[in-house]
Design a protein around this ligand. Sequence first.
Ligand SMILES: [Zn+2]
Length: 337
Amino acid sequence: MAADMLQSIELAAGSGPREVSCPLCGAAAGARLSGYDRKVGPQVFAFLGFSEPVSRWTVCAGCGFVYQNPRPDPVRVIDLYARGLYRERREYSTHFFRNRYRYPVEHYRWLTRRARVPANPRILDIGAGFGGAVRAFRDLGTRAEGIEADPALVAAAPGRFGVDLRRGNIEDIELEEGAWDVIYSSHTHEHFADVVGVTRRLRRLLAPGGHILLVLPTFRFGARNAQGFLNVFHLSMFTAPTLRKLLVLTGFEPVAFRYPLEHSRPEVWAIGRRADEQSRAGARRDPSGLVEWEIRRGPAIFEAVYRVTDLPLRAVRALRRRIEGPSRWREWPEGKS
Ligand SMILES: [Zn+2]
C-alpha cells in the first residue's frame, strides 16, 4: 500500500474497535479466539483503529455464532473498501479469473435446482468484484447487475468481463425496492459490519417470493488451517445453523444449505426465500426434513471430511469430475483472462 495514500487517511479520535454482544442472539458470553492475520498488512489495522495487528473473535455461548470482537467502527469498515484497501494482490492469475466466472455458474445451477426462479430473472450481485458473476449470470439468460465498493474493480470490470458495475456500498446505495428476483452475495456477507441490518435491507429489495443466495467462507474447529478465514477483514464467520438464524431473524425462510466438498476452500452455501406475513405465521415448507438435515448434518460431515486429511477431498473432486465430466463447467475463454 502506498505510503502517500496512508498519509491522506485521517482518523477520527475515539472511534476504535468496540466490544459488542452477539449480533444474532444478544448473548455477551463466549469463548475467545485470536485471528489468523498473517497476510494482512499493518496499515489495515491502523486504518481500522486497532492498536496491534491481530483480530479477536468470540464464539457465542448462546448460539455458536463466530464474530469478530472487539469490532472496528462500521464507518471505517465501509470506507476500507471504497479506498481500495482490501485488494491484497495486484497480479491475478488466469485461474483466478476463470473461477470468477465458473463458480457462479455452479452457484446459480444449485439455486435453480432448489428454488423456483422465474424466467429471465433480475439478479443483483452485491459485491461484484471484477464482474465475473454478472457476466456468468447474463450468459445463463438472466438480467444481472452488480454493485462493487472498490472503484478500481469497477473500472476493471468492462475490460475483464465486459460488464458495467455500479460503484457503491450496499449499506447506502440507492436501489429499487421489491424489484429483484435473486440477490447474490458471494464472499461478501462476512465483511459487513452490520450483517443483520444489511440482510434486512436485502429482503426489502427482493420481490415477493424472491431469493437470496449466499456463498460464504466457513469456519472449522480443530482442522488444518482452521482459522484461515478469521482475519480482520471478516466480521462474521457463519455455519449452516448460524446462517439459518440470520435468515429467520431478517425475514427469510431457509430453503437449502450446502457444504460443497468439491471445493478446496471451506464454504457454506445457503438459499433463503423472502418470507411474507402468511408464511412467517404458518408452516415451514420442509415436509421431507431435507433442509433440517442439511443444517444439522452438513457441518458435522464437513468437519469429519476435512479433519482427517485432504485426501478424501481429492477423492470427492475426482469422483465428481468422473461423473459430471469437465464439459459441465462453462469456461470463460482463455484469451479473455
Ligand atoms: Zn449468539
